[in-house]
Structure formats: C-alpha cells, structure tokens
Design a protein around this ligand. Sequence first.
Ligand SMILES: [Zn+2]
Length: 479
Amino acid sequence: MQLCAADRVLLSLALTLSLAGCGSPATPAGSAPQASSTATADVSFVLDNAIVVTMDGSGRVLSPGSVAVDGTNIVAVDTPQAIAAKYRGRQRLDLSGRIVLPGLINTHTHAPMVLYRGLADDLALMDWLQKYIFPAEAKTVSPEFVRVGTRLAALEMIRSGTTLYADMYYFEEEIAAETRAAGLRGVLGQTIIQFPVPDAKTPADELQRTDAFIQRFKNDPLITPAVAPHSMYTLDQATLLASRDLALKHGVPLLIHLAETQDEVKIAQEKYKQRPATFLDSIKFWAPVTLAAHGVWVSPEEVSMLVARGVGISHNPESNMKLASGTAPVPAYLKAGAKLGLGTDGAASNNDLDMFEAMRQAAFLHKLVSNDPRVVSAKEALAMATIGGARALGLEQRLGSIEAGKLADLIAVRTDAPRQVPMYDPISHLVYTTHGDDVVLTMVNGQVLMRDGVVTTLKEAQVLQDARAAADQVRKAVQ
Ligand SMILES: [Zn+2]
C-alpha cells in the first residue's frame, strides 16, 4: 500500500484503473487484488534499466533510467524504480548496459540513390551529376527501381538507428508506400526540376504529381508529404514560386537544395546578380516550414536572414567533403540559433546512410576548419541529429527528444564492443565511438522495427537480392 499516496499524486492514467487497490471505501473487502497490478498502469513497453540520453530542454541523462511507451507515445521517463512503481509493460525490454536515445533524424537524403552507391566516386558535383547521375537516372529510375532502392535504404536506416528521414526524389509516392510498409517515418518531397525526368516531362507535370501525392498521404501517421523544388539553379523563378504556393496551399513542408557549391553561386550571380539564398529571399520563396539542404555558400548576412525567416538547414558534412563542395558555416549557424539538422545526402555521395558517422564527421570537420577543437561539441552534434533535425522539419513538438507526450521514436545502442570500453560519458561515446552497427533496438511510433539485429518489417535477404539485380540495370545504363 505504500505506493498509493504517490500514485494519487503522480499517476492520473492509473487513477481510473486502480484506486480500488488503494482501499477505496467503494471496494468490497477482499476484492482488492495484488497491489502491484492495481497500482500500476499497463503500457505497451517498458524500456528498462538503460542509460537514457533524453535530449530534452535540460539535457537530462538518466543512468540508470527507464522509458514507458504506450501505443504510439512515450508516457514517462524516469528512474527504473519510479517507472516500475507506476507502469507495467506488456513487454519489458531489459536494456542494461545499453544507451537509449531519440531516434536519429536524417534531414537530407535521396533514398533510392543507395542503388547508385559507389557507381561514380571522386568527381566534382557538376561532373558527377551531369555525366553520371542524371544520365543513369534517366535510364533506370522507374516505380519498381525506386521501390527496390527505398527498401534497401529503409533496411540500412532501421539497422543504423534512423527513425525519420527527409527525402527528395522521383516517384515519391512509391517511396512513401515503402517507407510506411517498413514502419519508418518520412518527410517525403516529390522532386520538381526544370528538365524532363523519369516521372514527368515538364515542371507543370511535376507540380500536378506533387499535388496528387500530397492529397494521398496528407493524413498518414508516418508520412509527411512535402514539395521538393530541386534548387534555384535547376528551376526558373515561376516554378520556384509555384512550388512554394503548392506547399502553402496544403500546409506542407518545402524542401530545397541551397547554396551547395560555388558553381551555384556563380549561376545565381550571372542570372540574378544575387547569391542563391538572397535571391530566394528576394522572391519570398520561404514557406512556414522550409528545409534547405547544405547552406554551404552563405554570407554572414544570409545566415542571419535564414535564421530570421525560420528556415531549417540540413548540414551534410560527408557529402560536402566527398564532393569538395565546401564547408558550411556550422559554428555561425549554431551561434545564431539556426534550426540545424544533420543529413547524409544520397548514398551516391556519401556512400552510406549512417547518421552516427555523420555526427562524428560534423564534429571533426568544423574543429579542423575552425582550428578550434571546442566548436561543434559531441552534444551539439547529437542535438543536430535529434532535436535539431526535428526543429528543422517543424516537428519538435512531437519528435526529437525522449519526453512524456512525444511520439515513441527511440533507439538503443550497445556499449560493450571493445572500442566502447571503458565509458565515462555516454554522449561522447554516441558521437565519437558508436557506429550504426551498434544499434540494437529501433522503435518508430511505438513499433519495434529491429531488435538485436532482427528487422521485423522487411525481408532482408530479398531486399538485398532485389538491390543486386537492380544494380545490373545500372551497370548496363552507364556502359
Ligand atoms: Zn541532395
């Protein structure tokens, strides 16, 4: 009976169930069953006895800690004793020696491009795009190709702890259907580009496709459909504005590549006598939720402008390094309070979707370039990959941290690999030593997608076999 006083105060959920167990006068003597069952609320899962890195506003780390999940939501985060006193999980996952953290948010990718991974490396962006990627896409991208690629990408993301990704590609409705079937969460943008592409001949066709795509997925619990005008250098002003208007009409996010390379700045200067970000601002391009990928070649004034406009930025350090696109002014973005997320970019320019690696590279890159090891701390890198990504996508009220009331998108990583021993600081370990392969649990929307290496929503062998078969088509296309 010692639980009862605390429960009355703390546990509104349980009150409806079990005041009887606390000796309510309305309860006939002898009918009060076991105190433990009546004093606790049944929930779907208790993730028990872990180190919980919450990424909440106060940066709480519970060691040990437990998380109660019911249905699609996190209902409580506390010490194992406090959780045990209030909740009984229909499934209890013993996560001793594991770190539980928010699911990672990849704010920029092109999921099906995993099928072009390693196809053409060591090239400059414009050569890479125009000589290899655009021609290969013209010959191979089809609804089936996109489905096969998305399943492979989903498998990789689930295994490496990504629970939400922002995507820009063609046949995005196929990507959405596969993302949903895999149980992942996606902010998925149908690409709009000026030249003919596999799913449309003209920008007008693309806009129409996007409209239909948004209407189809608008109320999906896992999919947030979006409009994805490719970039200011591959679209004319009218199409950029039509894309924005479509996002405004449906109240959905707008995704775009921005100021990725010096070539883009050159094109903008020649065409509009303005830098890319300034040009987009001059045409009032921004929607309430706009996510700009890269934001590398921006001036200090443009950093301030993007922050003032509430534009989310996706930093993609590995892609930027591999294509030698440049170094985004991440310390300046952080200082200015930008909505800053982290992305991998498509696997053709990375060449994987491992967000742990992206965090580490983000921290290392800016230390090197700034000549200051204090910039982009482990905590800042982890924030970019979690709550920062949620902010950049306008989803921070529901995602990005482990807090009661938020959606249950969570992962757990092992800490017993030789390179992880000993451990003094879990956040340091998450950023500087953990690999995607260390993920042992991936949960999205309260559903376990992977536990101890077993992915529940995809047939792994089939996914790999289909991807290898698709690669044969790619090889033929670029011969
Ligand atoms: Zn990209």
